[in-house]
Design a protein around this ligand. Sequence first.
Ligand code: NAG
Ligand code: NAG
Length: 351
Amino acid sequence: MASHTCAAAFLWLNLFFILITSSNGKVPAIIVFGDSSVDAGNNNQVPTIARSNFEPYGRDFAGGKPTGRFSNGRIATDFISEKVGLRPTVPAYLDPAYNISDFSVGVTFASAGTGYDNATSDVLGVIPLWKELEYYKEYQGRLRAYLGEEKANDAITNALYVISMGTNDFLENYYTLPETRSQYTVDAYQTFLIGIARNFIINLHSLGARKISLGGLPPMGCMPLERAQNLANDNDCMETYNIVAMSFNGKLYDLVRKLNKEIPGLQLVFSNPYYVLLQIITKPSLYGFEVSQMACCATGMFEMGYACNERNPLTCTNANKFVFWDAFHPTEKTNQIVADHVIKTALYKFL
Ligand SMILES: *[C@@H]1O[C@H](CO)[C@@H](O)[C@H](O)[C@H]1NC(C)=O
Ligand SMILES: *[C@@H]1O[C@H](CO)[C@@H](O)[C@H](O)[C@H]1NC(C)=O
């Protein structure tokens, strides 16, 4: 009698564990869309100057390898992948060194220099967002052939999708191209971009995605490149750009709330890097940094991509003391802090 009860209790316990482990969605893969904040080398395969597959990029990456990540080491999505129990790096879909077996647990379709607006990706001839989605569709086909229909569908449904872009739409496009400014007020342009983000998420959902993180803009007026142009204000952050970033983030947040109401089963979260980055930039010593106004590479004011050159004698020796690696992109250490922050404040729901 007693042993029967015991066996039954064991069965129940097992069933209970099976239930919580399967329903409490472990993330089987991380799938990324976006710009240089999350590109791991797709642009190496694209004829564009928006590249970083040369030294000193990647000098703190495994093997000191320049991969095409715009950083001295790993980027935020690499840290997120590791934190959710997957691989320590998320490879680029176009990188010939990886195949579908690698991509089945993590892949990025991101392209440095791109944005929501087609006109943004046109500036440097990089991969537009619609094309990132086409690559994702092709990936689904390859994944089904590799894993089989059932396992592939499970991976597609339970994967964590990360979307990170928008900065280039403003800095590379709106505030650089007179055509865009003559066509839209900044508020109307934001609304235009939000419409594209909305369609993108609806398309992603109809392709099977459920757990989606929509990333907000950083305080883009504090990037060293923008500060370097703010001579009138002592190289302070460009306040206008920060205000635009905040108001765009507000609109992204509204979009997230609305889409979660409209689409049953969608689990969309807003990952906001703005305030943590602003805090790091204004109080770098709290995080162990020494410099936040200038970047590590070269003069730290203008250089990125090919201008961030290995022969520049001014490049810092310890990137961990710097918030920014080049004039537009954070160091690995900053990326890790931001990744930890968005996991704690938004992505924890999926873990
Ligand atoms: C992927 O590449 C690895 C080695 O790099 C190889 O062992 C494996 O068979 C490949 N898998 C597929 C599905 O092509
Ligand atoms: C961007 O370009 C693609 C391909 O030409 C097109 O299908 C899409 O409608 C364009 N997006 C917008 C918002 O115009």
